[in-house]
Design a protein around this ligand. Structure first.
Ligand SMILES: [Zn+2]
Length: 141
């Protein structure tokens, strides 16, 4: 192990349940316990009603591509240079929140807006698992 040389997320008290869920291959989302709105990223206050009450629920792990870029030319020193072409995307989850992530498992140039995607879990280190998305089973070609 120890061969993963890219930046890793650091959990804080708000995001800890999210990262623990990823490690268990479960996409967990924080939901306001008062108005029911999902929050991502997790935060202390609900952006809709300012409530500090929250609960954690497993997300469906499904969504669609909201926007994306294909990185083709890495800048000098880019730790992701060996990965090009790679996709950085904003995925809109079924729960209504948008998550910055990568789209994997398909031709980066074949991605389309609103394309259905599903979560896949990438265990990059023993402690950290990153959620990425691939075309949903029904949309894979
Ligand atoms: Zn709320």
């Amino acid at each position: 192990m120890g061969s993963y040389d890219k930046p890793l997320p650091e959990a804080d008290p708000d995001s800890q349940p999210f990262w623990e869920g990823c490690r268990a291959h479960r996409l967990m989302l924080q939901r306001c316990a008062d108005c029911g709105a999902f929050r991502f990223p997790a935060s202390r206050h609900c952006p809709h009603c300012r409530s500090t009450r929250a609960e954690w629920l497993p997300a469906k792990g499904e969504g669609s591509v909201f926007s994306w870029i294909v990185v083709v030319h890495p800048v000098p020193g880019d730790v992701y240079a060996a990965e090009v072409p790679y996709v950085v995307a904003l995925v809109e989850l079924a729960e209504g929140v948008r998550m910055a992530t990568n789209i994997v498992g398909c031709d980066p140039h074949g991605i389309e807006a609103r394309m259905p995607v599903e979560v896949v879990f990438d265990d990059v280190t023993p402690e950290i698992t990153l959620p990425r998305f691939r075309p949903a089973a029904g949309a894979r070609r």
